[in-house]
Every structure is written in structure tokens, then in C-alpha cells.
Design a binder for this molecule. Structure first.
Ligand code: HEC
Ligand code: HEC
Length: 509
């Protein structure tokens, strides 16, 4: 059975409990950090799931960051979800490169070496904070919409190439998960910190310490459960953990961590949609609010310790917000940003082509190379070369984004058709170069940027938008989003927008 089918069968059996207990969330955290689901551990532990390996995976020895290579917090360990989706693992040490919002520092992440062509992930590790937001209504995941729900992504990751498993090995990967869960004795591998063996915590009873005690409906006797039920229990716990990841909110559930949030709240505007209000509608209301705001109360700069910087919301940031929301401003610029980056997460969770794949391809292979590039027909999808990072030494590699999954993932195809093809027929060409709109909260904790991770900083991102507006108007962009033609940014506007994006930072911890 293919992995995809297994996933769907599993999902069919299960309804996810959105009101997970704190104990289930902490169990998810433990699974997320456990390095025993990597193929390397499976191969080197020889069935002794409680053993601690002498050597870790070499690709985890150093952490490549914008400050250069630093000592890796994962030295001597084996791959876990956390080795790419980090929070404070590398923060606060002697060669501290900073906090993360469940992403890493690299443009693309190194993966275990196996007998295939892959050495790195095809794309930049995305932020996972915000995945659990109630406003993250559509749950397509991966930059190209490969999966329709984060729980599918979780299972796909546990059994996939990031953990070292080749496609032909997913049955081994599943078997390994079941063995680790059943045979874990709780004495090593996070057991002591997380309440004991998996079997003990999953079974939970009155003797389980209360912070690890699952609700009765969440309990599974993994010694008795079928293999499939064990896999489900794992997926469920990790999904519960991911569903708990959101940016800072007050007791009313309003975002309040960033200076822009504080600015809105101080001036009497709630930072979240009303019950049942769509993000687009909320964004229009926010726009109208900013347009009509008289005598705004600004937010003074203050220290954000996890950034080691000061951020506030003053005149400059307000000018940036006005460009972002297409309101009259001092630079006469127009960003049209809000049309895709809808509040409150600053993503419409849809797929757009903003010329990022083309820009990187052309940078490596010459201006105009992507525009002229012949792209094979539908039957070539799934081809290794078409969802790969562009590579100076191999012009066959390019990343076509959504194109890879249109008509392959039924849900994303239906979603795309509904959004784009009500009046005219959809074509495969329309999906070229589209990627999921990234959210814009706390960006200073997730550099580098874009799906390819080749944009080191926000000035570079804004310079891309400056150029792409012009290029789209001149007809030099392949399959551009029509909104790109509206974008007009000059040097002054770029500085304002930079200020605004910085005012969305917070001390995510
Ligand atoms: C080798 C690094 C690496 C490891 C290990 C890894 N991930 Fe990821 N993760 C990525 C990358 C890169 C992407 C983006 C993939 C893409 O879009 O093609 C991603 C995407 C995701 C997403 C989708 C986010 C979104 O908004 O689209 C989720 C959820 C996720 N990973 C969870 C996990 C879990 C759970 C594990 C452990 C089982 C894990 N990851 C292990 C690198 C990694
Ligand atoms: C047509 C839709 C659209 C418009 C308009 C748009 N964006 Fe984006 N934005 C996207 C998409 C899609 C991505 C992800 C693209 C990729 O990585 O290839 C993105 C990525 C970004 C990123 C990088 C985030 C990350 O984590 O990598 C930033 C920052 C950003 N946009 C800011 C802006 C600003 C500022 C504006 C207005 C000047 C703007 N965007 C206008 C769709 C849009």
C-alpha cells in the first residue's frame, strides 16, 4: 500500500480532538523531539530501542547560520522533527545565533545521506508557529500544497526522506515507530523528563503524574493496540502539539505580542476577526480603521529580549502599514501586500506566484531563462527535477510549486479551481510557480526567507517586490499573479515597509 493511501485510511478512522489535554500536547512535544524515528537510529540500534548510540548523524554536527557555522545543539544526536523545527535549542549559548519559530537557520536543510540524489530538503523549513491558530482555517501544508492537513504532513514526515527513509522503506519506518513506542522503557530518550515510558504515559491511570496524565478518551494501551492504532496515537499526539502552536495572545484570544498588535489594541481595534468573520473581511475592516484613525496613540520602542533589539510602532511604522494596506502615504507607494497577506496571520493561506522561483532560476542561469524554459506536460509531474531548489550546476532543477500537486492532491485542486476558475477554465500553466503565502508574524525569528531560503533578510525580500512590480508590468514574469502589476515601491517606501514588518515581531517563547 502506498504511504498516501495509508494516511487516508488512518485519517478516515480518526477524528482529531481539538481540545487536547495538556498531557497529550506534552506527549506530542516528546515525540517531536525524540530522535529514535530516524532511519539512522533504526539501523544502528539493531532493535535495541532503549540504547543510546555512541555517534550521532554527521549532518547534525554543525549548525549553519547567518553568523557562520556554530556548535550544534544536536551534535551526537539523531534526526528528530526538532532538528529542523527549532525553538530555543540554539538560543542563549556562547555562539547564540538566536530564537526560532519552529524553523531552522539554513536556506535549505541538510538531510541524512542515502543512495539517492538528495542531500538537502528541496525548500526552506517553514515556521510552524501559527499552525494551531483558529484563524489558520485552511490546513494545506508544504509550500506547494502537497498535503491537505497537518496530520498527513506529520505522518509523511515521520516516514519520509527528512528522517532518512526512502520511499520504498515506509513500511520499515512505520514498524520502527511501533517498536519504539512499545519497547521504550522510559529510562532514556526524554522518558525521565516526560513522565516515563510511552506505554505508561499512553495508558495513563491514577498513578501517572498529573501533568502527564491523559484524559480517558486519549488513552491507548499500546501493548494491546494494533500497529495502526499505535501510529494513529503518535500522529494524534504530534498533531495536538502542532495545534497548540500559536503566537502570543491575551486572555480574550487577541494577538498582543507585537508592537503593531499593541498599537491596534491601544487604539481600540481588536486584533482578531469576529466570530465567523472571514480573514478578507476582517482585513478590510482593519484597513478602514487605519484609514479613518485620527490622532493615533503610538507604542514606544521597548526591548524584545529574544531578539536582542528594540521594536515599537511610531510614524515610520504607520507609513509602512499604509503602503501595506494601499492607503495614502508620504511616499506615494502602493504595496497591495494585504491582498495576499490577510490579517490576522498575514496570510490568505492561498497559493500565488510572486516570481520567486523565476528570480532564483534566472539569477543562476541568466535573465529570461525561466521565461523560456519548456516545462513538461502533466504526466511528468512527480519528476525529481521539478520540485527541486534551482542549482547552478544543473539547469534541469527548478521549483514549480503548486504545479507539482495540482490534479495530484484532490483537495488542493478543488480549492484552486474554486478560487481561480469560476469564469474560465483552469490550466496547469496557471499553477506554475505558485507557493503558499507565508505569514508575516515574528519574521526576525525565521530568516532566511522565501520557499528557496535564498533571501537572507527583509530588505532583500522588499527589493524583490520592488523589482517584480516593474517586471510584471513589462510582461517579463512567467504566470505572474495579476496583483503584482499594482506594486510600486521606492527607496523611501522600502524603509517604511521594513519598519512595519519589524513591528510584527514579538518575543515568541
Ligand atoms: C530535515 C529537516 C526537517 C525535518 C527533520 C522535519 N521537517 Fe518538517 N519541514 C521541513 C521542510 C523543509 C518543510 C517544507 C517542505 C516543503 O514545503 O516542501 C517542512 C514542512 C513541515 C510542515 C508543514 C508546514 C506548513 O505550514 O506548510 C509540518 C507540519 C512539518 N514540517 C512537521 C514536521 C514534523 C512533525 C516532523 C517530524 C516527524 C518534521 N516536520 C521533520 C523540514 C523538516
Ligand atoms: C500576490 C500575492 C502577494 C502579494 C501582493 C504580496 N505577497 Fe508577500 N508573499 C506571497 C507569497 C506567495 C509568499 C511566499 C513566496 C515564496 O516563498 O516563494 C510571500 C512571501 C513574503 C515574505 C517572506 C516570508 C517568509 O517567511 O519567507 C515577506 C516578508 C512578504 N511576502 C512580504 C510582503 C510585502 C511587504 C508585500 C507588499 C509589498 C507582499 N508580501 C505582497 C504573496 C504575496
Amino acid at each position: 500500500m502506498s504511504m498516501k493511501k495509508t494516511t487516508l485510511v488512518l485519517l478516515g478512522l480518526f477524528s482529531f480532538n481539538l481540545l487536547a489535554s495538556d498531557a497529550l500536547i506534552s506527549l506530542g512535544e516528546r515525540l517531536f523531539n525524540d530522535g529514535r524515528f530516524s532511519r539512522y537510529f533504526w539501523q544502528n540500534s539493531q532493535g535495541q530501542v532503549n540504547s543510546v548510540l555512541k555517534n550521532g548523524e554527521t549532518h547534525l554536527d554543525v549548525l549553519v547560520t547567518p553568523l557562520g557555522a556554530v556548535a550544534s545543539p544536536f551534535m551526537g544526536e539523531t534526526t528528530s522533527c526538532a532538528s529542523c523545527h527549532m525553538v530555543d535549542q540554539a538560543f542563549g549559548g556562547p555562539s547564540d545565533p538566536g530564537m526560532r519559530t519552529y524553523s531552522d537557520f539554513a536556506p535549505i536543510a541538510p538531510i541524512p545521506s542515502r543512495p539517492d540524489l538528495r542531500t538537502h530538503t528541496a525548500r526552506n523549513t517553514p515556521v510552524l508557529v501559527g499552525i494551531g491558530s483558529p484563524y489558520n482555517t485552511n490546513r494545506f501544508s508544504h509550500w506547494d500544497g502537497e498535503f491537505s492537513d497537518h496530520s498527513e504532513t506529520v505522518l509523511g514526515n515521520f516516514t519520509g526522506r527528512n528522517m532518512g527513509w526512502l520511499k520504498s522503506e515506509s513500511q520499515n519506518a512505520l514498524k520502527n515507530i511501533v517498536t519504539v513506542l512499545r519497547e521504550d522503557n522510559g529510562l532514556a530518550h526524554l522518558g525521565p523528563e516526560f513522565g516515563g515510558s510511552y506505554e505508561f504515559v499512553f495508558r495513563s491511570n491514577a498513578s501517572t503524574p498529573s501533568e502527564f496524565r491523559l484524559d480517558p478518551s486519549e488513552r491507548v494501551d499500546i501493548k494491546k493496540a494494533s500497529d495502526q492504532e499505535v501510529i494513529l496515537a503518535v500522529t494524534n499526539a504530534v498533531t495536538a502539539y502542532l495545534n497548540d502552536l500559536d503566537f502570543q495572545k491575551n486572555e480574550k484570544g487577541e494577538y498582543n505580542g507585537s508592537p503593531f498588535d499593541q498599537f491596534l489594541l491601544t487604539n481600540g481595534f481588536s486584533t482578531v476577526p469576529k466570530k465567523g468573520e472571514a480573514a478578507k473581511h476582517f482585513t478590510e475592516r482593519l484597513r478602514a480603521f487605519l484609514k479613518n484613525l485620527k490622532g493615533p496613540k503610538f507604542v514606544a520602542e521597548k526591548d524584545f529580549p529574544t531578539h536582542n533589539k528594540k521594536f515599537g510602532f511610531g510614524h515610520r511604522e504607520l507609513q509602512g502599514a499604509k503602503i501595506f494596506f494601499n492607503l495614502p502615504n508620504h511616499s506615494g507607494n502602493k504595496g497591495s501586500c494585504f491582498k495576499c497577506h490577510a490579517a490576522p496571520l498575514y496570510s490568505d493561506q492561498s497559493f500565488h506566484n510572486i516570481g520567486t522561483s523565476q528570480a532564483i532560476y534566472d539569477e543562476l542561469h541568466g535573465f529570461g531563462a525561466f521565461l523560456q524554459k519548456y516545462i513538461p506536460k502533466e504526466e511528468y509531474r512527480g519528476d525529481f527535477y521539478l520540485n527541486q531548489a534551482a542549482d547552478r550546476n544543473d539547469s534541469k532543477k527548478m521549483d514549480l510549486g503548486l504545479w507539482n500537486f495540482y490534479n495530484r492532491n484532490a483537495e488542493v485542486t478543488e480549492f484552486f479551481k474554486k478560487e481561480n476558475c469560476l469564469n474560465s477554465p483552469c490550466s496547469l500553466e496557471m499553477t506554475i510557480g505558485r507557493f503558499k503565502t507565508a505569514g508575516l508574524r515574528d519574521l526576525a525569528h525565521s530568516n532566511p526567507y522565501f520557499h528557496h531560503g535564498r533571501m537572507a533578510d527583509l530588505i532583500g525580500v522588499l527589493a524583490h517586490y520592488m523589482k517584480i512590480g516593474i517586471q510584471a508590468r513589462e510582461g517579463l514574469t512567467r504566470n505572474p499573479d495579476p496583483i503584482l502589476k499594482e506594486i510600486q515601491i521606492n527607496g523611501r517606501g522600502l524603509q517604511y515597509l521594513h519598519g512595519f514588518l519589524n513591528s510584527l515581531n514579538e518575543d515568541y517563547e
